[in-house]
Design a protein around this ligand. Structure first.
Ligand SMILES: CC(C)(COP(=O)(O)OP(=O)(O)OC[C@H]1O[C@@H](n2cnc3c(N)ncnc32)[C@H](O)[C@@H]1OP(=O)(O)O)[C@@H](O)C(=O)NCCC(=O)NCCS
Length: 340
């Protein structure tokens, strides 16, 4: 490449597309019936209030990076990319193996991606979309050629199994995708992200950080576990996800009618139904697997996307929307044209 050719490319953003996806769900199934034996609840309450019938739990010694590494291997195989080709790993989690070093480095080691720069980010249940949009910037500018985006959660490690208001909702799992520059304009089309830190207290783990370092008192007060104001979170999720779904389309001169499949964060079927009503979109347009997995936080939309693609629900040429909401609060919508 001549100097002139090289510089003529400067400033040009590349189209970025998903070259492969993968997911990993642990084998162990926890049913609603099992939860009935642990807390004052009923399978009927859980199904009618949330849509969740069962969830997966990681093994005791199975870590977030173990699950993330397996999802990553599957995404690399799907993309036909070797671990050595990966030059960036961005991993989203709120349940890291360790406070530091970051879980992306641990996944790097497990899969042998020795040429990658690795970091993690935390955007709770919105984690995958925030991680994918971060990695997209690197690939679009040419700063990275092959990015691996991973979202993995061992929610069972921060759930209070005596709190019926939260323990029935969550599950463990991991998903991953490979991003590469693409010819033409098919790929990640547009994304909008949002946050509101003023509402942080509505969904959080209060203890174990610099505000309330781990101590006997944290343990006694059970402040190392997730706490949530469910009803408030529900309202904000519906409002923010509806608005951002409309915004991401409008900014491209589209409406949600142009979208073939919406892959929403899998928190609660009633949240998804309420968004569908507000958008005027039928339930069939939403890909749903929360009945089998519950809320796997940051991993939920990439696990759902992987399943939607593998089961043929999403086909080449379809316009797809990933739609997320989580603690922070954080929320986002990403439009992509499926081109694999
Ligand atoms: C948590 C959630 C399912 C609760 O459903 P809800 O319809 O709002 O229920 P409420 O909180 O109003 O509680 C209704 C009653 O059910 C009870 N209840 C709560 N959890 C229960 C359970 N697992 N089993 C049986 N009863 C339960 C409550 O104690 C309350 O009892 P009361 O009326 O005697 O006070 C719902 O608020 C929700 O999904 N919120 C969003 C959570 C979420 O998705 N978070 C992650 C987003 S990223």
């Amino acid at each position: 490449m001549s100097k002139k050719e090289k510089f003529s490319d400067a400033g040009r953003l590349r189209t970025v597309s998903i070259a492969g996806t993968g997911s990993y769900m642990p084998e162990r199934i926890m049913t609603n019936a099992e939860l009935e034996t642990m807390v004052e609840t009923s399978s009927e309450w859980i199904v009618t209030r949330t849509g969740i019938a069962e969830r997966r739990l990681a093994g005791e010694s199975e870590t977030t990076s173990d699950m993330g590494a397996e999802a990553a291997r599957r995404a690399l195989a799907d993309a036909g990319v070797s671990p050595e080709e990966v030059d960036l790993i961005v991993l989203a989690t709120i349940t890291p193996d360790l406070p530091f070093p970051n879980t992306a480095c641990l996944v790097q080691d497990k899969i042998g991606a020795k040429n990658a720069a690795c970091f993690s980010l935390e955007a709770a249940c919105s984690g995958f979309v925030f991680a994918m949009e971060t990695a997209r910037q690197f690939v679009a500018t040419g700063a990275a050629k092959t990015a691996l985006v991973v979202a993995a959660e061992k929610m069972s490690s921060i759930i209070d199994w005596t709190d019926r208001e939260t323990c029935v909702l969550f599950g463990d799992g991991a998903g991953a995708c490979v991003l590469k520059a693409a010819e033409g304009d098919k790929g990640l089309v547009h994304a909008v992200l949002g946050s509101n830190g003023a509402l942080a207290e509505l969904l959080m783990v209060p203890g174990g950080g610099s505000r309330l370092p781990f101590s006997e008192e944290v343990l006694r007060e059970r402040n190392h576990y997730l706490k949530m104001e469910g009803r408030e979170v529900f309202k904000h999720a519906v409002k923010s996800m509806t608005a951002i779904a409309q915004q991401v389309c409008a900014e491209k001169g589209l409406t949600t009618k142009d979208v073939a499949c919406i892959v929403p964060h899998q928190a609660n079927i009633r949240i998804i139904e309420a968004i569908g009503q507000r958008l005027g979109e039928p339930k069939e347009k939403f890909f749903i697997n929360l009945d089998r997995y519950g809320n796997t936080s940051g991993a939920s939309v990439i696990v759902a996307l992987d399943e939607a693609v593998r089961s043929g629900v999403i086909k080449r040429g379809d316009l797809v929307m990933l739609l997320v909401f989580g603690g922070g609060f954080t929320w986002g919508a990403s439009l992509l044209e499926w081109s694999k």
